[in-house]
Design a protein around this ligand. Structure first.
Ligand SMILES: [Zn+2]
Length: 70
């Protein structure tokens, strides 16, 4: 497994035995017909610090729901 870096700041994320042990925002988007990127997959990772900064710049903040896992 290759190293994983935050796409925004370039920080190397902590990976152990092929598992991302540092929580990060992982995005994957396959663009479709109504975009200018039809059939193209974009994927990137954003570390928690950069995620917080990105979200702070939103005009409308993300919806936040507390999840209780069993
Ligand atoms: Zn970052």
């Amino acid at each position: 497994m290759k190293d994983i870096y935050c796409n925004v700041c370039g920080k190397k994320l902590f990976v152990e035995n092929g598992i991302l042990k540092e929580d990060a925002f992982e995005a994957k988007k396959q663009w479709g017909y109504f975009s200018k990127k039809d059939g193209i997959l974009h994927s990137f990772v954003i570390c928690e610090k950069c995620y917080d900064e990105m979200v702070d710049s939103f005009v409308i903040p993300p919806e936040i729901t507390e999840v209780h896992e069993l």
